[in-house]
Design a protein around this ligand. Structure first.
Ligand SMILES: [Zn+2]
Length: 116
């Protein structure tokens, strides 16, 4: 499958996955926040899409939930954060399709500033 990661990053990612590093305690829940909102936090992606990204962070709800389980309040705040913070801070919002998602149980949005 096509990857947006450089070879070294993709290999490190696959290595971690192969050894169950993304199973068990949720890495998105446990990752320290770069910035927090009421129901959401921004975290750094340890496996960035570094073929294209200079900066690659993720926006995730504090609650460990899928997209379908978000409350209306969480969805409203998500839209506010996108309109204000995300649009003024990053260049791209990227959504992986289901077959590319490695952590489907914890909703997250990829936000990228591209390389020159
Ligand atoms: Zn989680």
């Amino acid at each position: 499958m096509g990857s947006l990661r450089r070879k070294e990053t993709e290999e490190r990612y696959k290595e971690v996955r192969a050894h169950g590093g993304l199973d068990g305690p949720c890495v998105l829940c446990n990752k320290p926040a770069l910035k927090t909102f009421t129901a959401w936090k921004i975290i750094k992606n340890d496996y960035p899409y570094d073929k294209i990204a200079l900066v690659h962070d993720m926006l995730v709800p504090f609650r460990h939930v899928t997209q379908d389980q978000l409350t209306q309040e969480e969805i409203d705040e998500l839209n506010d954060i996108k309109e204000s913070y995300v649009h003024s801070t990053y260049e791209w919002i990227l959504e992986a399709t289901t077959k590319m998602k490695s952590i489907p149980d914890h909703f997250h949005i990829h936000m990228i500033t591209a390389q020159d």
